[in-house]
Design a protein around this ligand. Structure first.
Ligand SMILES: [Zn+2]
Length: 432
C-alpha cells in the first residue's frame, strides 16, 4: 500500500473508487443463481409442504426476531435457533449484540426466494428449507429511507416448529454485500460523533474515536467545496475484517493497485441485479490495511461520493472521480501548510499529454493514477469555466439522464458550449 503521507506529498491520486455493483452482478447472473426455476423444481419434490403456509410461518419467526432486536430481547431473538448447535447459537448471539449497537428506525426481515442447498438437506432431513431472507432497515440519523440487503438462512421443521439450523449455507448466492455487513463478523464498537458513525473492532474503540474526529473534519471539507446541500450523515467502517461490504481490495489490471477506501452504495429493493434507480446512500469502507493511519483527504474523497451518489448513478466516472478529487485537493489546500502542487505538476507533465478522451471505466481499469489525475484536471477546468455550482449542475444533469453518446454530447454542449472533443482539448490546454 502506498504510504498515505507520501502519497499526498508526491501528489498521487487517492486510490479509491465508487462502489458500483454492475460488473459484479454480471458475474452473478453468469453463475445462474438468479432465475426462479430451481425453486419451482424444489417445490415439486416436496408435495407435503405448502409454500404459502411455510412463508407465513417463517415470516412470523423473522418478524419476532426483528422486534426482538429493536426491543433488546435476546431470548426471543434466539428462540428459533437450533439449541443443539452451540457455535450457531453463539454466532447468533454475537449478531444480536452487534445489531443492538445501531439504532434502527425500522427493521424488517422477510423470506425471499428459495436457494437449494442439497448438503443441508442431507444433513438435516427432508423438511430442510434454505432461503434468501431480506433485511430491510433504516438506521436512525443515517438513512433517509429504508435500504435492503439479503442474507441466507436454513430452517428445518422439528416437532411442528421451524428451527434455524444454518446461517451460512447459501452465502455464495447472495448479493455482493449480502451477509457481509459490519454486524456479521467479530464484535464491533460503534462510535458516534455528531452525524458521523464509525464502526471498528471492539478492541479498537480508541481508533474509532480518532477516525470519528478525522471523519467529522472531512465532512466539513466536503461542505466547504461541494456546493449542494449535504447533511454530513455518514457511516465509516474501519474494521480489521477484509470481507465487510466487499470482496476485493484490489482493482483494475495495474499491478499493486490497491484501493484504500470505497464508498459502497445502498439501495432499497432487490439487492441482486442491475440498478436503475438512484441509491438511497452509501457507506464508506476503509481497507483494513490502512485503517490505522487513515488520512483525512482520503475520507474527503470518499465523502464527496457519499454526498453526490444520491443525485443519481449515470454521471460518467471521469466527473464522479474528478469531483471527488477536486474537493479533496481543495480541502487539502484549505490548510496553508499543505499544497497539491506536486500532484498538479504530475498531471500536467505526465498525465495530460497522452490524453485522448476523458477517462472512462476502461481507462480507470488500465491506469488508476493517471485517470484520477486527468479526471481531477477536467473538473478543475470546468470549475474555472462554470464555477462550482455550474459543475454541480452538470453533474446532476448527467446523473439523471440515460447517456447515449448523443445525449451525453448534448448535455456537455448545453453546459459548456463545447463538443466532447473540444472539452478534452480544452482540459489538456488548461494550466490551472
Ligand atoms: Zn472515488
Amino acid at each position: 500500500m502506498v504510504n498515505q503521507r507520501g502519497r499526498l506529498l508526491a501528489g498521487v491520486a487517492a486510490l479509491a473508487l465508487v462502489g458500483t455493483a454492475g460488473f459484479v452482478v454480471a458475474t452473478r447472473s453468469d453463475q445462474g443463481v438468479a432465475p426462479g426455476g430451481t425453486a419451482v423444481a424444489a417445490e415439486a419434490r416436496k408435495p407435503g409442504v405448502d409454500p404459502a403456509v411455510r412463508k407465513r410461518q417463517l415470516d412470523a419467526i423473522l418478524a419476532q426476531r426483528s422486534t426482538a432486536v429493536v426491543k433488546g430481547d435476546l431470548k426471543t431473538f434466539l428462540a428459533a435457533v437450533d439449541p443443539k448447535q452451540p457455535k450457531l447459537v453463539s454466532r447468533q448471539k454475537l449478531l444480536f449484540t452487534n445489531l443492538r449497537k445501531f439504532q434502527f428506525a425500522s427493521l424488517r426481515y422477510f423470506v425471499a426466494d428459495e436457494r437449494e442447498a442439497p448438503a443441508q438437506v442431507d444433513k438435516f432431513g427432508p423438511t430442510t428449507y434454505s432461503t434468501r431472507v431480506m433485511m430491510r432497515y433504516r438506521l436512525t440519523g443515517l438513512d433517509p429511507k429504508p435500504v435492503q440487503t439479503d442474507l441466507g438462512y436454513t430452517f428445518v421443521q422439528r416437532a411442528g416448529r421451524w428451527i434455524l439450523v444454518a446461517d451460512d449455507a447459501i452465502d455464495e448466492t447472495l448479493s455482493e454485500d449480502g451477509h457481509r455487513q459490519p454486524w456479521d463478523y467479530q464484535e464491533i464498537a460503534v462510535v458516534r460523533k455528531d452525524k458521523v458513525v464509525v464502526v471498528v473492532d471492539k478492541r479498537e474503540a480508541a481508533l474509532g474515536k480518532k477516525i470519528a474526529q478525522v471523519s467529522e473534519d472531512a465532512v466539513e471539507g466536503v461542505r466547504r467545496h461541494w456546493p449542494r446541500p449535504w447533511n454530513g450523515a455518514v457511516m465509516v467502517v474501519a474494521m480489521s475484517e477484509p470481507r465487510v461490504l466487499s470482496t476485493v481490495w484490489t482493482a483494475g489490471t495495474g499491478a499493486g493497485w490497491t484501493i484504500a477506501a470505497k464508498a459502497v452504495t445502498l439501495y432499497d429493493g432487490e439487492p441482486l441485479g442491475l440498478k436503475t434507480v438512484a441509491p438511497v446512500g452509501s457507506r464508506i469502507v476503509v481497507n483494513p490495511a490502512v485503517r490505522k493511519d487513515l488520512e483525512q483527504d482520503l475520507l474527503v474523497h470518499e465523502m464527496t461520493h457519499v454526498a453526490t451518489v444520491p443525485i443519481g448513478i449515470r454521471t460518467p466516472i471521469w466527473l464522479v472521480e474528478g469531483v471527488a478529487e477536486y474537493v479533496r485537493s481543495h480541502a487539502i489546500e484549505d490548510d496553508p501548510h499543505w499544497t497539491v502542487d506536486p500532484y498538479r505538476r504530475t498531471v500536467r507533465t505526465k498525465y495530460l499529454p497522452s490524453m485522448k478522451v476523458l477517462p472512462g471505466e476502461a481507462e480507470f481499469d488500465q491506469n488508476g493514477d493517471r485517470s484520477y489525475g486527468q479526471a481531477w484536471w477536467a473538473t478543475e477546468y470546468l470549475a474555472s469555466k462554470l464555477g462550482k455550482k455550474g459543475v454541480a449542475a452538470l453533474y446532476t444533469d448527467l446523473a439523471l439522464h440515460d447517456l447515449s453518446p448523443t445525449t451525453y454530447a448534448s448535455i456537455i454542449k448545453k453546459h459548456t458550449g463545447q463538443t466532447p472533443a473540444q472539452l478534452t482539448a480544452a482540459v489538456k490546454k488548461f494550466k490551472g
